[in-house]
Design a protein around this ligand. Structure first.
Ligand code: UN1
Length: 505
């Protein structure tokens, strides 16, 4: 029984028993069974949490950033100790294979380390003034409570990208996790509370988890006390959230879908490409926003590569990830994901596809778990379902002859998250990375489009939403910029040489 293992994991991770009751049943995609129950936050509880966060903000913004970093350091420390338990809970609740579950916690640890360093590097510029005896500078100040809405597929890491930065920047965090994965969120909250107790003097309400459905998300989106919302999910959801936030001039970080592609050139190292493609297209059962969904292969190497991919796809072990490390593909999250996958494959057939795999792998004991063989789909052209994101392991393969035309096809979708090229020809590589190359937020060379490190800014263009999270200078989105001009002289020269001489009597 998974539920007894879940109980002991939640005990180990410090989730209080009184948080494990309620009307919402949590199921595991591994077996389809209910593994726990939790309580949704009421709209009133959500409003109270925002009020508490606002009060916490008044205190937290005055704590020197390196001291704020100390809290994040302690959280990273506790995450290290909890890596196995939390990673396993990610596997049970989201269905990831064990190394990916643990990898997700590693990503949390990494961003905590990054944020600790950042807490001493919230740099502003000094700027040359055009006026004598004047100095210009920028300061970055905390912005206020940050709402974070996350998706089931990265149930804890995406919170940490936002939270670690928001906290060192001086902001409280209000987190609405996916209703499909509330247990891992409760576990992270328990770890946060433990770190906060160790740090001491941490205001109540600095980090809050609000479990619930759409109403909880909407309460955060519409609350004028929440100046910034970071949302991960579908483009349809992001369009609504983004519009509502814009109406009240709140900021948004939108991390929506991806319809990511790779181009395989004739000069590519094909053994490397094969491994990279298999991981990027089937890892997390095709349920990453960075999953490889479209593959453009040069016609001179197309048939050989497709033959090898077919072999790899047919031999890939699909099943319950808890059964062993040789399982590379776990279950889809639920029945709806399965139906969407089958619908996309049927449509592809109508568009002339040759479909290999994609069928359900029955788990006799667990009729409510949805295991599938990843699908390799040879498409005559980029049409129909290829043009949209289906959150499932479907890789559409297409031929190309000219790189320019392949790049054009590559960019001819509505999303713009991640991309890659496999080539050892520097002209092809540089072209792909250039202004006339990939139009995505992430463009990789000789690796797949998924599995980004936290050091870079993560996010994409077009209907991916334009937000950036994690590394580089993504922290700036969590702060407000103040530009100051200081006059340390006795005259008042005006900018642009404007004269405005009043009569001072
Ligand atoms: C997501 O799927 O929402 O690049 C994020 C990756 C991960 C993040 C994916 N580090 O695959």
């Amino acid at each position: 029984m998974l539920s007894s293992e879940v109980t002991s994991l939640l005990d180990r991770l410090g989730v209080a028993p009184d948080r494990r009751h309620g009307a919402r049943a949590v199921r595991s995609p591994l077996t389809g069974e209910t593994i726990a129950n939790v309580e949704d936050a009421s709209p009133q509880r959500t409003a109270e949490a925002v009020a508490l966060a606002e009060a916490a903000f008044r205190q937290w913004r005055q704590v020197p950033p390196p001291q704020r970093g100390e809290l994040v350091r302690l959280l990273g420390h506790d995450l290290r100790a909890a890596k196995d338990a939390l990673g396993r809970l990610v596997t049970i609740e989201a269905g990831k294979i064990v190394s990916e579950g643990r990898g997700e916690v590693q990503e949390m640890i990494d961003i905590c380390d990054f944020a600790v360093g950042l807490s001493r590097q919230l740099y502003g510029l000094t700027i040359a003034s055009e006026r004598p005896n004047h100095r210009m500078m920028e300061q970055w100040h905390p912005i206020g409570p940050v709402g974070v809405i996350t998706s089931f597929n990265f149930p804890v890491a995406v919170w940490s990208w936002n939270a670690a930065l928001a906290l060192v920047c001086g902001n409280p965090v209000l987190w609405k996790p996916s209703e499909k994965t509330p247990l891992t969120a409760l576990a992270v909250q328990a770890l946060f509370e433990r770190a906060a107790a160790k740090a001491g003097n941490i205001p109540d309400g600095l980090s809050t988890v609000l479990i619930g459905g759409r109403d909880v998300g909407e309460a955060l989106v519409n609350d004028p006390r929440v100046p910034l919302l970071s949302t991960t999910g579908s483009t349809a959801m992001g369009r609504e959230v983004g519009t509502q936030l814009a109406r009240r001039f709140a900021r948004s970080i939108l991390e929506l879908g991806g319809n990511n592609a790779s181009i395989v050139c004739p000069s590519a190292n094909l053994d490397l490409a094969l491994r990279a493609i298999a991981f990027a297209a089937t890892g997390t059962t095709g349920q990453r926003c960075t999953t490889l969904r479209r593959l453009f292969v040069h016609d001179s190497i197309h048939d050989g590569l497709v033959a090898k991919l077919k072999q790899v796809y047919a031999s890939m072990r699909v099943g319950d990830p808890l059964m062993g490390d040789e399982i590379l593909v776990g279950p889809l999250i639920d029945a709806v994901a399965f139906q969407n996958m089958q619908r996309a494959l049927e449509e592809a057939r109508v568009h002339g596809a040759r479909v290999h795999g994609g069928e359900r792998v029955e788990e006799k004991r667990f009729p409510n778990a949805y295991y599938v063989r990843p699908a390799l789909v040879e498409m005559p052209a980029q049409t129909g379902p290829v043009l949209r994101e289906t959150f499932a392991p479907i890789l559409y393969v297409m031929k190309y002859t000219e790189l320019d035309a392949a790049i054009e096809q590559h960019n001819a979708v509505t999303h713009g998250l991640s991309s890659s090229i496999f080539s050892t020809d520097m002209r092809e590589v540089e072209k792909f990375l250039s202004v006339t190359g990939s139009d995505c937020g992430i463009a990789n060379v000789n690796i797949g489009p998924s599995g980004a490190e936290i050091g870079g800014a993560f996010g994409g263009e077009k209907e991916t939403g334009g937000g950036r999270e994690a590394g580089s200078d993504a922290w700036k989105a969590y702060m407000r910029r103040v530009t100051s001009t200081v006059n340390y002289g006795n005259d008042l020269p005006l900018a642009q040489g404007v004269r405005f001489d009043i009569d001072q009597g």
